[in-house]
Design a protein around this ligand. Structure first.
Ligand code: OOG
Ligand code: NI
Length: 458
């Protein structure tokens, strides 16, 4: 290999994801316990559900399952967001989707940085839910000015990281030595700092305005606040958590339990208060938490509209935010309303509710060129010449994210903001457009159709 050959961005992301997981496991021992629980559960599920194991084998997901995780950070300024976008680009991650969290009383809007091609996702599916604080939503002008000044003073990237980002942009990549150094330098941005940049009184003022504002403004950098492994059965993990000394939130976010999982189900647990040295006193802050997720098939616009309407109907009928007191009723209402969502892949596919990946079968390949070979996709699927496998959802859900934020910020003294989506402003801060996730799913599905056509009819 040539000495200056570039490491693929996918390999850099894979290395970074591993380094981040190691750092977080060291910082938050409960994360290690959760990882073990998820690994045990996944092994058991694969042993007892051969059809699921076969499906994950077919799509390749079985090989990425162990390394599959997402994290989350919260940034303070447009400049921070623009630079993190460049940092993630070195690892082949692009900002996908736009999420407005203001309806849930959280003063941020967000995107998810992730790989966008199925092959790149296969190498490393690592994603980071990235939020930008909306300082304009701080009502008190003095506090807003204080927050702006505090954020203007900090620099969340090491000089080494900034230099390597520039080098990667200039040269179109990084060699092996620089890629390793990049991972080390980039990791520093996500590290936890047990000391704050403000006084105890200033922290309280920020926190009284909103816990999230204190979490962003009072610290040197955007510490990673959770790292979430992917489980194949979230109900099993949720039930086993108390036995490991972990108390999960009352309800699992997302769709109800189904035979054929759709989108994303998530549950989280509150992290402990951690000691913080303010500039003038000792105190504490709770920011870091644990979360698990189960991923299902990605939905088309039609499927997503049905999901949103059923979720809204269940929540309207509940008449309150889901909590410990109404959790059982919420589950019941969700199961009831979601009866209107077909729970088998053949129907979901035929009704155009979900995305699929198509694979030519042995039988199909053997019949290639024969007289009776069907020509249309549906006929080839019906004849067993092509398998349709669910295309996994790679993104997040705004209502679920709001539930995760809220359970970890504490429900006390929640602020209320008018729904306030402003994608244009977010993209202005980001310095580029966000990628539309539905386009990505459509493209992956189409590529798989093209491959089948090539293999069977080409
Ligand atoms: C992000 C919360 C959202 C998810 O998985 O939906 C999230 C945060 O608390 O910063 O991580
Ligand atoms: Ni999360």
């Amino acid at each position: 290999m040539h000495a200056t050959a570039h490491v693929s961005p996918d390999e850099i992301r894979k290395g970074f994801s591993r380094a981040m997981s190691d750092m977080y496991r060291e910082e938050v021992p409960l994360y290690g316990a959760l990882m073990e629980l998820v690994a045990e559960t996944n092994t058991r599920v694969l042993d007892t559900e051969p059809l699921l194991a076969q499906q994950l084998q077919r799509t390749g997901e079985i090989r990425r399952l162990d390394m599959e995780r997402h994290g989350a950070i919260r940034l303070g300024t447009a400049a921070e967001l623009a630079t993190i976008s460049r940092l993630f680009a070195v690892m082949g991650m692009q900002p996908v989707g736009y999420y407005d969290l203001t309806p849930a009383g959280v003063p941020v809007h967000s995107t998810a940085f992730r790989a966008v091609h199925e092959q790149a996702l296969q190498t490393s599916p690592f994603r980071v839910f990235t939020s930008l604080l909306r300082l304009e939503l701080i009502e008190n002008p003095e506090l807003r000015a204080f927050a702006e000044t505090a954020l203007a003073k900090r620099s969340i990237f090491t000089p080494g990281a900034l230099a390597l980002i520039e080098q990667a942009e200039k040269d179109g990549g990084l060699n092996a030595v620089n890629a390793d150094e990049f991972v080390r330098q980039a990791l520093e941005t996500f590290r936890w700092h047990p000391s704050a940049t403000v006084t105890g009184a200033q922290y309280r003022q920020l926190s009284d305005q909103h816990r999230l504002i204190a979490d962003v403004v009072a610290f040197k950098g955007p510490h990673i606040n959770h790292l979430t492994p992917r489980t194949l059965d979230i109900d099993q993990v949720q039930a086993a958590m108390p036995g490991k000394g972990i108390t999960p939130k009352a309800v699992i976010e997302g769709p109800p339990r189904r035979h054929c999982p759709i989108l994303l189900r998530q549950t989280s647990f509150k992290a402990l208060d951690e000691p913080i040295a303010f500039t003038d006193a000792q105190g504490s802050h709770s920011a870091r938490f644990g979360e698990i997720e189960q991923r299902g098939v990605a939905l088309t616009p039609k499927g997503r509209a049905l999901y949103d309407s059923l979720l809204n109907a269940a929540r309207d009928e509940l008449g309150a935010f889901p909590n410990e007191g109404n959790a059982a009723r919420y589950t019941q209402l969700m199961e009831h309303h979601f009866q209107a969502f077909p729970d088998n892949h053949a129907q979901m596919r035929e009704q155009g509710l979900a995305y699929y990946r198509y694979f030519a079968t042995e039988q199909g390949l053997a019949a290639r060129g024969s007289a009776g070979q069907p020509r249309s996709l549906d006929a080839l699927v019906a004849a067993g010449h092509i398998d349709a496998e669910p295309l996994v959802y790679e993104d997040f859900l705004p209502v679920s994210a709001a539930g995760i934020f809220q359970s970890n910020l504490g429900d006390v003294a929640q602020s209320h903001y008018a729904a306030n989506a402003n994608k244009a402003e977010f993209e202005q801060a980001l310095g580029r457009r966000t990628v539309d996730e539905l386009t990505l799913y459509g493209e992956t599905q189409q590529r798989s159709v093209d491959e089948c056509t090539q293999a069977l009819l080409g």
